[in-house]
Design a protein around this ligand. Structure first.
Ligand SMILES: [Cu+2]
Length: 153
């Protein structure tokens, strides 16, 4: 009987793995990080941002920073005067808590107008979650679990 226990566990993992892996940590710019001379719009166009994901801005502390701004300030590169709106650690994490468009800029010098700005569209987790779980995988997981349980009994 004990021989089949791994089958049951495997079936459960197959069934729920896509569900538990949907919240991801996304490093802005991937290996490049948060820097000058990088096309963040091009980078973002190939990515999917979902509620629950976390953005990570990596840079040398002091060289750059991160301000979350609105669409107008993004367009005009207006850096908020209030420093409490910025992030400055060099390893800044931002949890994407709500769906919609989000805008981030670097507030150092003219970095924003040189292209150090990022606009993303965050989508709700539910539709994205279903889209990421192929029907085939759900069925195969359920059938595998049933077969495994019948075999055990
Ligand atoms: Cu900068």
């Amino acid at each position: 009987m004990g021989v089949y226990r791994p089958l049951v566990i495997f079936a459960i993992v197959v069934a729920i793995a896509p569900v538990i892996s949907f919240a991801t940590e996304i490093v802005v710019g991937d290996e490049a990080g948060w820097k000058l001379n990088f096309d963040y719009q091009n980078w973002a166009s190939g990515k999917k941002f979902t509620v629950g994901d976390t953005l990570v801005f990596k840079y040398k502390q002091g060289d750059h920073n991160v301000y979350k701004v609105n669409g107008t300030d993004f367009q005009n590169c207006n850096v908020p005067k209030n420093n409490s709106l910025g992030l400055f650690t060099g390893n800044d994490t931002i949890k994407l808590a709500a769906a919609g468009d989000k805008w981030y800029i670097c507030g150092v010098g003219d970095h924003c107008s040189q292209g150090m700005r990022l606009k993303i569209s965050v989508s709700n987790s539910a539709p994205a979650l279903y889209a990421k779980v192929p029907i085939f995988q759900i069925f195969s997981g359920i059938i595998f679990a049933m077969v495994a349980m019948i075999t055990v009994n």
